[in-house]
Design a protein around this ligand. Sequence first.
Ligand code: ATP
Length: 233
Amino acid sequence: MLKVEGLKVAYGGIEAVKGIDFEVPDHTIATLIGANGAGKSTVLKSIVGLTKLSEGRILFDGKSLAGLSPDQIVSKGITLVPEGRRIFSNLTVVENIKIGAYMRRDDLSEDLAWVYDLFPRLKERSWQLAGTLSGGEQQMLAVARALLSKPKLLMMDEPSLGLAPLIVKGIFDIIKEIHKQGVTILLIEQNANLALKTANIGYVLETGNIVMEGPGEMLLKNQSIREAYLGKV
Ligand code: ATP
């Protein structure tokens, strides 16, 4: 589905991503793990057209995304749930969800029913102002909004950030459910343990380079990953 080849991204002459290759096959959950500043968010931003590549190509269903605007990339079927959720605090839950469908002109009722089924809490609170939701509910809202664009590939930037462990578990259960319903997922996480347990395929990013890759379960057992990212020896 997604193929990244020789991706380099620089900010003012400093390379944040130094020529990486990776793939997200159809119907998988892939994860990119790495420490703060490793370049994870930069990779996602370049896929959705928010950051310019200095070299390399990004292919989606075999076609290059070069030259497409972020809106056009959403229309192709790639949606990003950004770090920090970026919800609109002064709009209601349902208004926020509908923003995800801004590129669509068709009837939303079926998809609204779908996300309310996934997130019954949002249904109960559909008229509440989004700024008054808890952190976990705001993360659910950011995911629900992204689903309204009907992505084939849903990318999530640190969905666990700042949330209590029990809430994080709930979010990951929903990620698995969304995947089961046919959406391919690319997840970036500092919570390497949970991300690798969830993902079929994992990539480890260190200072702009992919240093290791393989099935999530295999990376979880790897000694150097355990020491560097899981705090275990
Ligand atoms: P985190 O988990 O802390 O968000 P990350 O792995 O997602 O980290 P990035 O946010 O991609 O890392 O940052 C990679 C490097 O690029 C960092 O050194 C960061 O300071 C730098 N960087 C990111 N965005 C910009 C920008 N807009 N201008 C200049 N440098 C940037």
